[in-house]
Design a protein around this ligand. Structure first.
Ligand code: FAD
Ligand code: DLZ
Ligand code: SF4
Length: 509
């Protein structure tokens, strides 16, 4: 009999390993285990989401006629790793092969392919995960021989490969990218639509209680848990997004507003990443809305680019570069993460807003992750390992394959520019342009060197000054260094003094 292990982020009826099994003879195993729930301090909502969704998916499989061995979380049990659970089944049944779809994270993948066959004494077969629209080998082919791996060129090939948003051989609307139309600040019009409120079963409630009991010291709260945990709920979330928020997704993609956690974003990453939705069906739903005249092209293209472009690109890059990628520290950063990343207690209002979303919802939208908490970590020179661990822990959609390139590459520029041609460094001016946060802040965004000045301002110039060797010859940064060099010497010194003062006690901010 074959045994198939299905992981917590593989909750898809089309999973490749299921196609290799016979319902009448083979067995599926799914397991809630400490090793996966504790390898990083996951937000309580992430653990609850995965356990609830796993339980629903196992019932869905059983209803479809599959035999499933489900190992529910047992805090003090003998089986605390996936291998413990699989070994136990192999010891008590006549299993002649373990089969699984390749797992998303290098950590577990490496353990499986290097140790499990030996430990279990049966063949372990690992299949491609064809839920992704670009296979690892397709990405490697694309990357071969290129000096730079720019997402934009990869994305165009994906559009052609998958015939998504194409008019024949041309991109719909004649352009590949409508990003320049997608940078409007939000001033309250149109009103932000509400989100669907999901209801949860008694078994879901048991999972919430289990998480409260055994993961009390993990970050965040379950109080406002509202993630889809079944395919039906995920499809409802997709439909609601396409109908209510996609039309404005493009215009306000980069906007941030005081007290608004979700803006016009989709909140679909948790469902796509754990398998409740396929990336292809999500893109198709958006493109269908565009073709039906229900969503404009800038929104649809912007949305498709995030999924067919960025999501596939970071996954390809991860598998091309791991394991060495994780230890990159191109800018030589060593500062520890300030305590407010875990507590949310800071006077910087933009950061406080991002932390509020993070702890209340296990969510922050892309611009908060990139241009607020990420930008701050970049400017402050935080050690990449610390900030990567934080992003992996606190978001319900976080898995190493997607979090690591986004944090280490896009935010921290620690991969020597492999992912981004220039660092996403910005002063308070950018945050002020794209949000109303500064109006509610005790710091003054218009000044840089006084005691009350916005910390981002002097830290920005300190960053440029200390990394001049790395960036001054970058054509995309010439203007920045030209402005810096034009500043009066005493102004530069005041900026450096203020930034040094902040850097000496980042926790005080
Ligand atoms: P939307 O804004 O509605 O975007 C639509 C979809 O596009 C998302 O659901 C997601 O599937 C995809 N997407 C958008 N941007 C990216 C991106 N840069 N990389 C990969 N997919 C993308 N995304 C994760 O799914 N998991 C992570 O662990 C994660 N960590 C991040 C860490 C940092 C420092 C940064 C800057 C970004 C990270 N992202 C991560 C990307 C992005 O911020 C989230 O995908 C997005 O905020 C999820 O919210 P949403 O579903 O409302 O996205
Ligand atoms: C994230 C997660 C958590 C919290 N718990 C489990 C679990 O108990 N069992 C499981 O199979 N998967 C879990 N996951 C998802 C895995 O960590 C994920 O499958 C691997 O990291 C590979 O991407
Ligand atoms: Fe953030 Fe600076 Fe604006 Fe305050 S003033 S909200 S710290 S950008």
């Amino acid at each position: 009999m074959k045994l198939a292990l299905i992981l917590g982020d593989q909750l898809s009826a089309e999973l490749s390993c299921l196609r290799e099994l016979d319902k009448s003879t083979d067995l599926i195993v799914m397991a809630e285990v400490s090793a996966e729930a504790r390898y990083v301090k996951h937000h309580k909502q992430k653990i609850a989401l995965i356990f609830c969704a796993m339980r629903h998916f196992s019932r869905q499989l059983q209803d479809a006629g599959w035999r499933v061995h489900y190992h529910a979380f047992a805090a003090d049990g003998a089986r605390q790793t996936l291998l413990d659970v699989v070994s136990n089944i192999c010891a008590s049944r006549s299993i002649d092969q373990l089969i699984m779809t390749e797992c998303g994270e290098y950590r577990l993948h490496h353990d499986i392919v290097s140790n499990w066959q030996h430990t279990l004494s049966i063949p372990v077969t690992v299949l491609n995960d064809d839920r992704f629209m670009c296979s690892k080998s397709r990405f490697a082919d694309w990357a071969r021989g290129r000096k730079q791996l720019r997402m934009e060129y990869f994305y165009r090939e994906m559009r052609r490969d998958h015939k998504l948003l194409m008019d024949g051989k041309q991109p719909a609307g004649g352009e590949w990218n409508f990003d320049s139309s997608n940078r409007r600040p939000y001033r309250g019009d149109p009103p932000l639509p509400g989100l669907p409120a999901f209801s949860y079963s008694e078994d879901d409630q048991r999972v919430f209680a289990l998480v409260e009991e055994h993961f009390a010291n993990h970050p965040g709260t379950l109080a406002r848990f509202n993630w889809p945990v079944t395919r039906k709920q995920a499809l409802q979330a997709l439909e609601e997004f396409v109908h209510n928020r996609l039309p404005w997704f493009g215009d306000f993609q980069d906007a941030m507003t005081q007290g608004e956690s979700f803006m016009f974003h989709s909140l679909l990453s948790t469902s796509i990443n754990c398998g409740l939705l396929s990336p292809r069906e999500v893109c198709d739903a958006a493109v269908s809305a565009y073709r039906a005249g229900k969503a404009p092209l800038n929104a649809t293209e912007g949305f498709v680019r995030q999924i067919l472009g960025w999501r596939e690109y970071v996954r390809g890059l991860y598998w091309l570069m791991m394991p060495a990628y994780a230890s990159n520290n191109g800018l030589g950063n060593t500062r520890p993460l300030p305590a407010y990343y875990w507590t949310g207690n800071t006077d910087m209002n933009c950061m406080r807003e991002a932390f509020h979303n993070t702890f209340e919802h296990a969510y922050a939208h892309h611009i908060q992750r990139l241009m607020v908490t990420g930008n701050f970590a970049l400017l402050a020179g935080i050690a990449p390992a610390d900030i990567c661990e934080w992003y992996l822990a606190v978001y319900a959609d976080a898995y190493d394959w997607v979090e690591l390139p986004n944090t280490l590459g896009m935010v921290m520029h620690a991969d020597d520019g492999l992912l981004g041609s220039k660092p996403y460094a910005a002063s308070g001016n950018y945050i002020n342009k794209m949000s109303d946060y500064c109006k509610h802040c005790r710091y003054t965004v218009k000044t840089s060197t006084d005691d009350n000045s916005c910390p981002f301002n002097s830290l920005y110039w300190h960053f440029m000054d200390r990394h001049r060797d790395a960036f001054a010859s970058n054509p995309r940064m010439t203007m920045i260094y030209r402005s810096y060099d034009k500043m009066a010497e005493d102004r530069k010194q005041a900026l450096m003094r203020r930034a040094d003062h902040l850097l000496n006690d980042l926790d005080a901010l």
